[in-house]
Write a protein that binds this ligand. Structure first.
Ligand SMILES: C[S@@+](CC[C@H](N)C(=O)[O-])C[C@H]1O[C@@H](n2cnc3c(N)ncnc32)[C@H](O)[C@@H]1O
Length: 477
């Protein structure tokens, strides 16, 4: 007999208490946990249960019964449909508080850590227009808004969508007028590309038949240098004349664009990443400046998307690592070498390891650009590069400090043990996913390391994403 109070496909009335990691509202219904999509703490809602598990249910809002008095009017015209900024209705101060609590709870629940001293979330200097990179997708299935459907008017060009994916739908795209996380110039470029591609009468790529041309647009901006990259990603080169014509149109309208690249992704995987790159204008990369360091960024390289908050993040890493002149540092998942360059001037040497060849090239050039000569970069998968830690230490020296900055999936399961074998005195772990951070810290701290400091850093205001820096020290036996 099902004695749980919540049934699938039923509607229940709940009050949202808090925000879960990932951004859903959390409510209790007779002590049973219900995660409510787009729920705001303080709201009372009728929630329709669309999924039920043993320990929790997931629901969407059917009706809002009561709004909290401090709820804000979201400034973005696409709020409610776009999945990017879920929290525009919540004051920024409250957003920071929710992220702080989420980090503590995740480290407790997943990592088993107790009595943690977690610093308050470091606010971002800018809460809108902070992104230096945005990725937009083309689709042959435009998401139709409720207004369009209800109007009863004939719907034009349903087969052309360009914007951001609707949450949970990898096939459908919400057409945008603007995104408030990027600059006005980037929004204007986005609209020009949209109009151009629409008028081209060339079909967007479809994940259904894997035909069509336009796939993605990526706009990158050096916030401190003003340099601008437009990266057009298509499925092949069949319509390259049209891509050249788009380049001319862009340069005519936006002479400040410093580089335009055309990437070709022939694979089925829906990623804005090219296997083949053609430079259509300028040098094929942009340069961004963080503090007094310059970074060359190519189309396929990772770079922190919030420039001004990125500077603060790297300064925390540098301060916590507290590197001495004779120390060797390993920078794992080093990308274009941003962290390596931040700490290189204090260290004897920095060894960076990274999977993406273009990022390694950028890292080496970044050293040249900044006249830094004590970094060495290794291209490869970390699970292979760290397979024999003793051999690595023989070749490059045993690290006194290891800095880790993995993707959302965290470290490969073999790595915590390998890092413990290398036994650096200090570890600084930068994470964009508190859940995988908690998992990895638990392994590192099982025997060898003590978790000393934790600093959540808000890189992405209004979104549920949460960046955290953790500092660990080797336990003395
Ligand atoms: C969050 S980024 C950090 C980059 C860099 N530390 C920075 O701040 O710019 C993670 C990096 O890990 C790299 N990466 C992902 N999987 C990897 C793997 N298995 N081995 C090595 N590097 C990997 C990605 O290409 C990306 O550059």
């Amino acid at each position: 007999m099902d004695i749980q109070p919540v049934k699938k496909a039923s509607t229940i009335r709940v009050t949202i208490d808090s925000l879960a990691l990932g951004g859903k509202g959390v409510a209790k219904f007779q002590d049973f946990t219900v995660f409510v999509d787009r729920g705001v703490p303080g709201q009372t809602v009728d929630a329709f249960i669309y999924k039920k598990k043993k320990r929790f249910a997931e629901a969407r809002i059917a009706n809002i019964i009561h709004q909290p008095p401090d709820i804000l009017e979201p400034p973005c015209p696409h709020f409610g449909m776009c999945g990017g900024c879920l929290h525009q209705q919540i004051s920024y101060e409250q957003q920071l508080g929710h992220k702080h609590r989420q980090v503590i709870e995740t480290l407790q629940h997943i990592g088993g850590f107790r009595n943690l001293d977690v610093s308050p979330t470091l606010p971002s200097p800018d809460v809108y227009h902070y992104r230096n990179k945005m990725e937009f997708s083309f689709s042959r299935q435009r998401w139709l808004t409720p207004d369009e459907i209800q109007s009863g008017n004939p719907i034009d060009r349903k087969d052309f969508g360009f914007g951001l994916h609707v949450p949970g739908r990898h096939d459908k795209v919400l057409d945008l007028q603007l995104c408030m996380l990027q600059s006005d110039t980037a929004n204007a470029i986005y609209r020009t590309v949209k109009q151009w591609a629409l008028n081209s009468n060339i079909l967007p790529y479809s994940t259904v038949d894997h035909r069509g041309y336009w796939r993605f647009l990526v706009i990158r901006e050096g916030k401190n240098t003003g340099q601008l990259m437009v990266n057009i990603i298509t499925s092949d080169e069949t319509e390259h004349q049209s891509t050249y014509a788009l380049r001319d149109e862009l340069l005519h309208n936006y002479p400040d664009i410093t580089t335009i690249v055309h990437n070709i992704n022939r694979k089925k995987a829906q990623i804005a990443f090219g296997d083949e790159e053609h430079i259509l204008h300028g040098p094929g990369y942009i340069v961004e400046r963080l503090d007094d360091l310059q970074f060359r960024i190519s189309a396929n390289s990772f770079f922190q998307t919030n420039t001004r908050q990125g500077e603060r993040l790297y300064n925390i890493v540098k301060d916590w690592a507290a590197i001495q002149t004779l120390e060797t540092v390993y920078d794992l998942y080093c990308g274009t070498g941003s962290i390596a360059l931040y700490v290189a001037r204090q260290a004897k040497q920095v060894i960076g390891i990274e999977l993406v060849p273009q990022a390694i090239q950028d890292a080496k050039r970044n050293c040249d650009l900044n006249n830094i000569k004590n970094c060495h970069f290794i291209e490869g998968d970390l699970k292979d590069q760290l397979r024999d830690p003793a051999a690595l230490a023989d070749q490059f020296g045993r690290p006194e400090v290891i800095i880790i900055d993995p993707p959302r999936s965290g470290m490969h399961p073999s790595l915590p043990a390998r890092i413990c074998e290398l036994a650096p005195g200090r570890i600084v772990y930068v994470s964009c996913n508190p859940a995988t951070l908690a998992r990895d810290l638990q392994l590192l701290c099982a025997e060898h390391y003590a978790l000393q400091r934790i600093q959540p850093v808000d890189m992405f205001p209004h979104t549920p994403h949460c960046e955290v820096v953790a500092y660990l020290e080797l336990k003395s036996n």
